[in-house]
Ligand binder design. Structure first.
Ligand code: C2O
Ligand code: CU
Length: 494
């Protein structure tokens, strides 16, 4: 077993432990950045767009010589991008041709609780139902099911990914992740860079076994059996190969104009601190849940797992042939670089960079009707002889509800990390970050969010609201190994 970092928090400043690849990794900046295809509806009617996605195994050419089996939505990694318009209904029929149960979560979606991808709402394989390691988990649909999203939230960069109870880490790692963008009239009226100059960037690290397959240190070496990672990787699995849209350290040719990039950290355990080396600043225009009220110029952005940063980058000052590297200041060696931009030459730019973006309601502390505290730490419960990751000292139990929240009200939540780093994520609702200590909440934690990082020993104060949908949902740590090792809790919106 290859182990480099023995500490809980690695030298790289991310929770987790590095799993070095055994296969040769490609040289950086050789491949063109792939763009995930935009999925076309199979039909549409007056108020609904219908899509179909088959989840299946496929072969991807990620490394130079060796093929890699991935699990993908439509067999691609990332999966196809879905674009929904506010005010319309999106119905996605998923068919499961994989050998394991799956759950589809629309991350950031303010959708009905029974469509949101609750961890035990299984979609079992076409080939038959699969029990979990306790001989349970046979509930849910088999073969195909519809996910119905009544989209009534502002334009935003959402993503969809697997959320199977106990197995989210390995299943997302295999490739089950894609973008789901929401657009609306406000966004369309702004004149932001669009079309070929509006580019999603899904950033994730992976590790490859000697045969080119994706390496993941599961407890029993399989994805079918016992849940969980081996003890050494309980704090998170870090790979040494950085993929953007599924390709290692790719290159994007750009004209000397403005581009919009929708940056998503889809890694299991790695945080990225991105900067454009000898390049322009990032102008942040949106966060997790949509556009900001005004742009924020940032030299670097800290992106925790699950977070999205919608940015505009202006290449107009750069001459043809200039190469600008997106670096990861938290990385070391192979993980210190992410991708490269090459300026091809001048271009015609009719985009705008408005000084005002969207009207944002600012939640007020005066409206708070309840306050709660959620503490994230390791300890309080055990499994496989290992101390688990817990929320308020309890391991996830689908039968236990930690909080009941009145729909439409504002609550003040203090989320605390007692040890390790934890990107806190909540389903169904959204929050605004009031402030934090020891954390990174700051200039970039603006607007409406659904994920916020907690540094080791840090905390954040949030104003949270669940706008409309009632029912049972989860909050959890978006370090996927922590999540699988039980750092998750139920709440109910009533
Ligand atoms: Cu992106 Cu509950 O997850
Ligand atoms: Cu965590």
């Amino acid at each position: 077993r290859a182990v480099e970092n023995s500490a809980n928090t690695s030298m790289e400043g991310s929770a987790g432990r590095l799993l070095p690849s055994q296969a040769p990794l490609p040289k950086p900046f050789q491949r063109a950045l792939p763009l995930p295809p935009v999925l076309k509806p199979v039909r549409t009617d007056a108020d609904t767009d219908y899509y179909e996605i088959t989840q299946k195994a496929a072969t991807a050419q990620i490394l130079d010589d060796l093929p890699t089996e991935i699990w993908g939505y439509e067999g691609t990694f990332p999966g196809p991008t879905i674009i929904s318009r506010r005010g319309r209904r999106t119905v996605v029929q998923h068919t499961n041709e994989l050998p394991v149960p799956v759950v589809v979560h629309l991350h950031g979606g303010r959708v009905a609780a029974d469509q949101d991808g609750y961890p035990t709402d299984y979609l079992h394989p076409v080939s038959g139902r699969v029990a979990d390691s306790h001989g349970k988990g046979l509930n849910g649909e088999q073969g195909s099911r519809d996910y119905v999203y009544d989209i009534d939230q502002p334009a935003a960069t959402l993503w969809y990914h697997d959320h199977r109870m106990d197995f989210t880490g390995p299943q997302v790692y295999r490739g089950l992740a894609g973008f789901h963008l929401i657009t609306d009239d406000v966004e369309q009226s702004l004149g932001l860079p669009s079309g070929e100059r509006d580019i999603p960037l899904m950033i994730a690290d992976r590790s490859f076994a000697a045969d080119g397959s994706l390496a993941y240190p599961s407890v029993d070496g399989s994805l079918l059996g016992t849940p969980g990672v081996t003890a050494d990787f309980m704090s998170g699995v870090l790979g040494d190969c950085v993929l953007v849209n599924g390709s290692p350290w790719p290159v994007l040719e750009v004209e000397a104009v403005r581009y919009r990039f929708r940056i998503l950290n889809a890694a299991n355990a790695r945080r990225f601190r991105l900067r454009l080396d000898d390049g322009p600043s990032f102008v942040q225009i949106g966060s997790d849940q949509g556009l900001l009220s005004e742009p924020v110029t940032l030299e670097r952005i800290d992106v925790a797992q699950g977070e999205r940063f919608d940015v505009v980058v202006d290449f107009s000052e750069y001459s043809a042939g200039t190469r600008i590297t997106m670096v990861n200041e938290r990385g070391e060696g192979t993980t210190a670089q992410v991708m490269q931009f090459v300026v091809s030459g001048p271009g015609k730019d009719d985009s705008r960079m408005p000084s005002r973006l969207a009207e944002l309601e600012v939640l007020s502390e005066a409206d708070v009707v309840a306050t709660r505290e959620f503490t994230f730490r390791r300890g309080g419960a055990e499994a496989h002889g290992m101390s688990l990751w817990t929320v308020n000292g309890e391991a996830f139990d689908p039968e236990r509800v930690l909080a009941q929240i009145k729909v439409g009200t504002v609550e003040r939540w203090r989320v605390i990390s007692q040890n390790n780093e934890h990107p806190f994520h909540v389903h169904l609702g959204a929050f605004q970050v009031l402030g934090s200590s020891g954390g990174t909440a700051g200039r970039s934690d603006v607007g409406w969010k659904d994920t916020v990082n907690l540094d080791n020993g840090g905390q954040a104060d949030l104003l949270v609201r669940f706008e409309e949908h009632q029912g049972l949902a989860v909050l959890h740590c978006h370090n996927l190994e922590h999540e699988d090792m039980m750092m998750m809790a139920n709440f109910e919106v009533v």
